[in-house]
Design a protein around this ligand. Structure first.
Ligand code: FS2
Ligand code: SF4
Length: 549
């Protein structure tokens, strides 16, 4: 196997024998084959699209296939085999549709090659072998590390954006331009002669599409659940039976809340689900009582100690420990071998497991976190903020957020938040927030110094606030008193990073390590154009940001 798509990749270069995430070589090969299959589907869907024909099944499948291969989503070879067989059947349908459309238009269909011609092996072992043959290492050998890495930069941006687009789609929001671009990009990767310039341009176009997707998801979430409002969230537990909901899928949470209403079961959020408490249409459920635990990498001990059922709605799932393996469930695209999967929002097995478990027999100390500083809430006090900046009460804004992970080096983000001067505001989002939200940063100009803008899925909030400040002060985003200190882990962070680069944002600090797929030559280009830089020490970085004490 060869996988270097996430930040925790082995030795900072690649997982080659077993994923540090738990992904087996077989699963890695099946995931690579699924991306290959999505390219084959896209080769036909892209051509049909140019003829004015869209196929809903192809659009949905392309997104699902990409999201499935995001880090910590699907570890189940059987589920992946099913997706691969569906992919081949769908591709055959599209091929026939394309031939028919060409006939109707009086033109000869192009004879496609590459992924469009893939025929699935009859058994799992054969599929694994096919996946190995299209692995990243084969492309590195053929194209060199720079071009293969740039291709992966595009693929990972597409994977991350697909995850966001899947969430929006589940809430009924779609944009044809997104499907068209994803399929065009996958086709280009399959068919075009790769070059550094073309792939950098495709990366930035992926960033542009990511901005569209983030806006789409923002509209989907706020359209379905209202605009989040600042909300104190109980960071602990109360007596009673309990269900813990992790991941990012608000629709899952909503449906579960409906089905548990009146059962006496309390529902808790975990990890990236924390911002759900700010949405009016979710916080109205009295049995959504609080938040339990921290970021994804602590789940094995936290889930073990949780005395109820657990629902994993998206990444990041880890191998379930024996202590809770029979009371954890997956939904959506998440899969782990042997874990019961919830289909069609029927949470009866989750509810039964919660009722069978002990539940909490005591109450935790009362502690609250203020969630819900979505763009609407922040811009609602924009006048106050602008006045405070102009009057000198607020000197600087620092966005400290993104993903969390297990490495000790991520303590940088906590140390940075603590070390920032009192006349600065800290914005946070994503599961990276768990590195900073336990700190009492106090207030500045009558506002909390720490503003939690939501999930990584809510990155659009940060973009919107930055653009609004830029307009209010009449300067470009790069001239604002704003620093971006980003922690990355998986491919959604890649999509957000490309979105920021597309918007022309410079001087981003990225850590704890730079992506392994960005080679020194590609990094040189990114530094030249965007001054992207690795995090250093807190002291040095504060000095460089003009914020040293
Ligand atoms: Fe965190 Fe994991 Fe949010 Fe990523 S829970 S690293 O998938 O999407 O951030
Ligand atoms: Fe390794 Fe990350 Fe790939 Fe898992 S997703 S195999 S940890 S690089």
């Amino acid at each position: 196997m060869f996988c270097y798509q996430c930040e925790q990749t082995t030795r900072g270069t690649a997982c080659t024998t077993q994923g540090a995430c738990g992904k087996t070589p077989d699963t890695a090969a099946l995931q690579d084959l699924l991306v290959h299959a999505a390219q084959g589907i896209s080769q036909y869907a892209h051509r049909l699209g140019k003829m004015g024909i869209r196929r809903n099944a192809a659009d949905a499948f392309t997104l699902d296939a990409l999201f499935t291969t995001v880090t910590n989503v699907n570890f189940d070879p059987d589920r992946l085999e099913g997706l691969l067989r569906n992919a081949a059947a769908l591709r055959d349908t599209l091929r026939a549709d394309y031939a028919q459309a060409c006939a109707a238009a009086g033109q000869a269909p192009e004879a496609l090659s590459g992924p469009a011609t893939w025929e699935p092996a009859p058994d799992l072992a054969g599929l694994v072998a096919q996946g190995q043959a299209v692995g990243i290492d084969t492309r590195i050998a053929a194209l060199g590390a720079d071009l293969a890495g740039l291709q992966e930069l595009v693929v990972y941006g597409l994977k991350g954006a697909a995850a966001y687009a899947c969430h929006a789609r589940l809430l009924g929001r779609e944009d044809e331009s997104v499907y068209a671009f994803v399929q065009e990009a996958l086709t280009a990767l399959a068919e075009d002669e790769p070059s550094v310039d073309a792939l950098l341009s495709l990366s930035l176009r992926t960033g542009a599409m990511s901005v569209t997707v983030l806006a789409l998801l923002d509209g989907a979430n706020t359209g379905a659940y209202g605009h989040p409002v600042p909300t104190p969230v109980l960071m602990g537990h109360v007596r009673g039976k309990a269900i813990l909901v992790s991941g990012h899928d608000l629709k899952d949470l909503e449906e579960l809340l409906k089905q548990t209403e009146g059962t006496g079961i309390n529902v808790y959020t975990h990890g990236e689900m924390l911002p759900a408490h700010g949405y009016p249409e979710l916080k109205k459920y009295a049995h959504l009582v609080g938040h339990y635990g921290g970021a994804w990498q602590r789940q094995r001990s936290e889930f073990d100690a949780f005395p109820g059922a657990i629902l994993m709605t998206t990444n990041c799932i880890q191998q379930p420990a024996p202590g809770y393996a029979d009371r954890i469930f997956t939904s959506g695209l998440v899969a782990w071998p042997g874990v019961t999967h919830i289909a069609d929002h029927d949470y009866a097995p989750v509810i039964q497991a919660a009722l069978a478990a002990d539940g909490f027999t005591d109450e935790s100390p009362v502690r609250h976190h203020l969630a819900g500083f979505h763009h609407d809430a922040v811009l609602g006090v924009a006048d106050k903020v602008i006045e405070a900046v102009k009057g000198g009460a607020i000197r600087h804004f620092t966005l400290i957020g993104g993903c969390d992970g297990a490495e000790g080096a991520r303590s940088y983000y906590t140390d940075m938040a603590v070390a920032l001067p009192q006349d600065t505001v800290v914005l946070t989002l994503g599961c990276g927030k768990f590195r900073v939200i336990d700190q009492d940063l106090g207030t500045v100009a009558g506002l909390p110094r720490l503003l939690d803008m939501g999930q990584c899925n809510d990155s659009y909030s940060a973009v919107k606030v930055a653009l609004a400040l830029s307009e209010a002060f009449g300067v470009g985003v790069n001239d604002l008193p704003l620093s971006l200190v980003i922690s990355w882990y998986e491919q959604k962070a890649v999509a957000v990073l490309l979105a920021l680069l597309h918007l022309g944002v410079k001087n981003i600090r990225l850590g704890p390590k730079l992506p392994a797929f960005v080679t020194p030559a590609v990094l040189k280009v990114l530094v030249e154009h965007y001054n992207i830089m690795p995090i250093g020490t807190v002291e040095d970085d504060l000095k460089a940001m003009g914020l040293a004490a």
